[in-house]
Design a protein around this ligand. Structure first.
Ligand code: TEU
Length: 553
């Protein structure tokens, strides 16, 4: 039994959650003011996106001091009050650990750049150019080359993300020890764990070789994803820090398969508790990748992915279950139907993640069915969006061609301010919000959602409560049903404490069920059903979700 297996995580993007000062940016006191809301929803773990000092080139993922609080977010005293307030309500706090890179304004980088003889120079990847070019042809995740030239030292430094996010050199033992000491100090303050940013990118091939066509910018992932010392570093971090605390860890891991996942989270591995595998985040990616958004996605492929991970980690490791995060579009817009079936489809999506094996993660606003937005390019703040747009325009594309992709999958979809009520700016701020509030806030907001009988918010509250009460939904055996269906996500969870049947129609069409006759003859008692009582063992209405419990079990 583990709290991090039994918990339900609520992810807060502090910049967009609640502003207490009127400067248009969310802050820690804003979260403090909402602690009772979190307790009422029933979640018991909060994951806080980075709150550390940062110039905010990438909204806090460019850290200039790992042990100071970002000015806009408040003070260390505010943090300590927030932590105490969470703990008083039985809510654990996991922080965001961003140690693949830091900010170019971090003292380590400033010192290392200004003084090539400094020991901090080797905390980063500084290399000579080749024939007046960058050391290799790697492309950055945020468009353009992954190297920035520094004229003062006539060298380049590596940045897989923005040029204000220089990669940290994990080959350097002193760097690793500085990171472990920082982690210990946060644990000694009382935090309960870490979400680890792109943690499977920290072990680079020290040769840093070019790939593919040397005259083109290419993705060098084979030389920094799941690298040769990945597990050595994770086991060292576990030995030096993690094993000494009752903590939770979850690693963000693009590009891992189940085998690598098992090596990262296997109980015997002494590395991480769980990871965010990202395969299902690519269901709507076309051949051109993230921005080549496809109009539909395969329910069967979704089940294949989630079942592969559930079976692959069964008995040796632990899964996470999520539909979105701060980098992904709004779940009800991407995977549901945010027009005709917004309420029903939001409920259906929740019924999947909150009844599967693995820790469920709810992103702020999912519990009220917040949707994507369609802004003009000038209204977007995310550098990934802006860099990609500018690069594509420079290559001859047009706004008309680009904006549909940005509307569908741009990260700012998840970062529009939390919609609390129908007052100006949705009650998020008394000032000018840093990012425009979704214009639909008058209809979609917490105050209204909490009152809606059979609405999304009560459904989330009740599902969260059910999962907390019924440990069968946490630890019970998992049987996937109707795997060939292109409409229905169906599974059964059972152990000595209970037997649950979960049937979810993930489409706009009526779904005819194909369940074994003896299963349908059992004495199923409906626990949750988001649509009027119906012949739910034979067919499901569009986006209908049913959770039933075996009578007497
Ligand atoms: O994300 C890693 C990452 O590659 C995604 O941000 C990227 O935007 C991808 O297109 C998502 O589909 C992590 C953090 O979650 C993200 O917010 C940071 O911007 C990034 O690392 C750098 O720290």
């Amino acid at each position: 039994m583990s709290w991090w297996k039994e918990g339900i995580v609520y992810q807060i993007y502090p910049r967009s959650f609640a502003d207490s000062t009127g400067n248009g940016v969310g802050d820690l006191r804003g979260i403090i003011n909402k602690l009772d809301y979190l307790a009422e929803l029933g979640i018991n773990i909060v994951w806080l996106n980075p709150i550390y000092a940062s110039p905010n080139d990438d909204n806090g993922y460019d850290i200039s001091d790992y042990e100071d609080i970002m000015t806009e977010f408040g003070t260390m005293a505010d943090f300590e009050e927030l932590l105490a307030g969470l703990h008083q309500r039985g809510i654990k706090l996991i922080m965001d650990l961003v140690v693949n890179h830091c900010s170019d304004e971090h003292a380590w980088f400033v010192e290392g750049r200004n003084n090539p003889d400094s020991p901090y120079r080797d905390y980063f990847f500084w290399r000579d150019g080749k024939n007046g070019q960058a050391p290799n042809n790697w492309v950055s995740v945020f468009s353009g080359p992954a190297w920035e030239y520094d004229a003062a030292s006539d060298q380049y430094f590596l940045h897989l993300f923005s040029k204000k996010q220089p990669d940290l050199n994990w080959e350097n033992e002193d760097l690793r020890q500085d990171i472990y000491a920082m982690m210990r100090r946060w644990f000694d303050k009382g935090v309960d764990g870490f979400r680890m940013d792109v943690i499977n990118m920290i072990s680079k091939n020290p040769e840093l070789p070019s790939v593919g066509d040397p005259n083109k910018l290419e993705w060098g992932g084979e030389h920094f994803m799941n690298g040769r010392r990945q597990h050595e570093f994770m086991q060292e971090m576990h030995r030096e820090v993690l094993q000494h605390y009752d903590c939770m860890t979850v690693g963000e891991c693009f590009g891992v398969d189940v085998e690598e996942g098992r090596r990262l989270v296997g109980a015997d591995r002494k590395e991480l508790h769980m990871i965010f595998q990202m395969e299902h985040m690519g269901l709507d990616h076309g051949p051109g990748g993230k921005w080549d958004v496809q109009p539909t996605w395969s329910r069967r492929e979704l089940k294949n992915i989630l079942n592969r991970w559930i079976r692959g980690l069964d008995g040796n490791g632990w899964n996470s279950q999520f539909w979105m995060n701060h980098d992904q579009p709004r779940a009800v817009s991407r995977f549901g139907n945010d027009q005709q079936y917004r309420v029903e489809s939001a409920q259906a999506l929740a019924a999947v993640t909150l009844t599967l094996p693995g820790t469920p993660y709810i992103y702020m606003g999912e519990e009220i069915g917040m949707t994507n937005v369609e802004y003009d390019i000038e209204e977007y703040r995310d550098l990934e969006i802006r860099n990609w747009y500018n690069e594509q325009i420079a290559s001859g594309s047009s706004s008309e061609a680009l904006m549909p992709s940005i509307h569908k999958i741009g990260r700012d979809n998840a970062r529009t301010p939390m919609q609390w009520d129908d007052s100006p700016n949705a009650g998020f701020t008394q000032g000018q919000p840093w990012l425009k509030v979704n214009p639909n806030y008058a209809d979609i907001n917490v105050a209204k959602a909490k009152q809606q009988r059979n609405g999304i918010w009560p459904w989330y509250r009740d599902l969260i409560s059910l999962r907390k009460q019924q440990k069968t939904l946490v630890y019970g055996h998992y049987d996937s049903l109707m795997e060939a269906s292109d409409q229905v996500f169906a599974h059964r969870r059972r152990d000595e404490n209970g037997d649950f049947l979960v049937l979810v129609n993930l489409t706009d069409e009526v779904a005819t069920l194909d369940l074994e006759l003896e299963l349908t003859k059992l004495d199923w008692q409906v626990v949750m059903n988001n649509q009027p009582e119906s012949q739910w063992l034979e067919q499901l209405q569009p986006w209908q979700a049913v959770v039933a419990r075996l009578g007497g079990a």
